[in-house]
Design a binder for this molecule. Structure first.
Ligand code: GDP
Length: 297
C-alpha cells in the first residue's frame, strides 16, 4: 500500500530539497505534482484540493522561502498535513467497552473481511486487554459464515454463541446479549450479515439489530483496496446506521491507499484499525504518524 504514492512524492521532494532558495513558483510546481500523485492514489478530488490548498498557504509564507532549508520545510508541512488529514480525535484503538457486557456491532459488505476482522478483534481484546469476549454471527443467509466464525473462535480460544437454526438476526443478537450478561462476558461482538451491495433489506436488518442491543461501538469494515468506493460505502452505512469508526482491510495489498487518506475527511469517521493479512493476528491500531511516514518514504 502507498508504494506508488510514496515513490511519486519522494521524487518531487528530492528535487525540491536539492535546490537552495525556493521561489513561490517552485513550490507551486511541486504542489501540482503532489496533486497529481494524490489523485492517482485515488484520493478524492475534494480532499486533494483542500490538502494542496492548505499546504500551499503554509508553504508560500516568507518563513519557508527565506529559510535555509526551504525544501525540507515544505516536506515537513506536507508531512504534518498528511497526519492532520488522517487523524481523528482520541486513541483509535480505545474501544468503548466499559460497563459489561458491551456490544460491538460489526457491519460491512460481503467479502470486505468482516468475519475475519471480528475474530481479529476478539483475539486482540482477549489477549491484549484480558477481556472475556463472546462472538456471534448474525448471518442467517449464509450458514457457512456462521460456521466460519465458530471455527475461527475455536482456533483463537474465543467463545462463540452456539448456532441455533431458524432464528433471525435480531433474535440471535438478543440471545448473544443474554448469554453475555449471564455468562459474565465483558464484551460481545456481533458479526452482521453482509451483502454484495448496499440494499434496503440489509440496512433494515442492521438497524433492527442496532435498536435491539444499542451497541457501544459500530465498526464498519471496508476493503482498503477499493479506494473511493470504500469511502462511498462508509458514507452510506454511516448515513443509514451510524458508525463509530472504520476498519480498513487488505492494507497489506498493493492498492493505492486513497481510501485511507479520504476516509475521515469525507465521512468524518476515524479509521480505528487496519487489517494487514488473513491471519487473526494481522490487525493493527491505525497510526496516522506511521502512515504519513510511509507515504513520504
Ligand atoms: P466477510 O464476507 O466480510 O465476512 O469477509 P471474510 O472475513 O470472509 O474475508 C474475505 C476474505 O478476505 C478472506 O479470504 C479473508 O482471509 C480475506 N481477508 C480479510 N481481511 C484481510 C486483510 O486484512 N488482508 C488480506 N490480505 N486478506 C484479508
Amino acid at each position: 500500500m502507498f508504494e506508488n504514492l510514496s515513490e511519486r512524492l519522494s521524487g518531487v521532494f528530492d528535487r525540491l530539497t536539492k535546490q537552495g532558495a525556493l521561489s513561490e513558483d517552485d513550490v507551486r510546481a511541486a504542489l501540482r505534482e503532489v496533486r497529481v500523485a494524490l489523485l492517482e492514489a485515488d484520493v478524492s478530488l475534494d480532499v486533494t484540493r483542500e490538502f494542496v490548498k492548505r499546504v500551499q498557504k503554509k508553504a508560500t509564507g516568507a518563513s519557508v522561502t527565506k529559510s535555509i532549508t526551504p525544501g525540507q520545510q515544505v516536506v515537513k508541512i506536507v508531512h504534518d498535513e498528511l497526519i492532520a488529514t488522517l487523524e481523528g480525535e482520541g486513541d483509535p484503538g480505545a474501544l468503548k467497552i466499559d460497563n459489561p457486557p458491551a456490544s460491538l456491532l460489526m457491519v460491512g459488505l460481503q467479502g470486505s473481511g468482516k468475519t475475519t476482522t471480528t475474530a481479529k478483534l476478539g483475539r486482540r481484546l482477549t489477549e491484549r486487554e484480558g477481556k472475556r469476549v463472546l462472538m456471534a454471527s448474525l448471518d442467517t443467509n449464509r450458514p457457512a459464515a456462521m460456521e466460519q466464525l465458530a471455527i475461527l473462535g475455536a482456533q483463537i480460544g474465543v467463545d462463540t454463541l452456539p448456532i441455533v437454526a431458524g432464528q433471525n438476526a435480531v433474535q440471535i443478537a438478543k440471545r448473544a446479549k443474554q448469554q453475555a450478561t449471564l455468562g459474565g462476558y465483558d464484551v460481545y461482538l456481533l458479526d452482521t450479515a453482509g451483502r454484495l451491495h448496499i440494499d434496503e433489506a440489509l440496512m433494515d436488518e442492521v438497524q433492527a439489530v442496532r435498536d435491539a442491543v444499542s451497541p457501544r461501538e459500530t465498526l464498519l469494515v471496508v476493503d482498503g483496496l477499493t479506494g473511493q468506493d470504500a469511502v462511498n460505502v462508509a458514507s452510506e452505512f454511516d448515513g443509514k446506521v451510524g458508525v463509530t469508526g472504520v476498519v480498513l482491510t487488505r492494507m497489506d495489498g498493493d492498492g493505492r491507499g486513497g481510501a485511507a487518506l479520504s476516509m475521515r475527511a469525507v465521512t468524518g469517521k476515524p479509521i480505528r484499525f487496519v487489517g494487514l493479512g488473513e491471519k487473526t493476528d494481522a490487525l493493527e491500531v491505525f497510526d496516522p504518524k506511521r502512515v504519513a511516514g510511509r507515504i513520504l518514504g
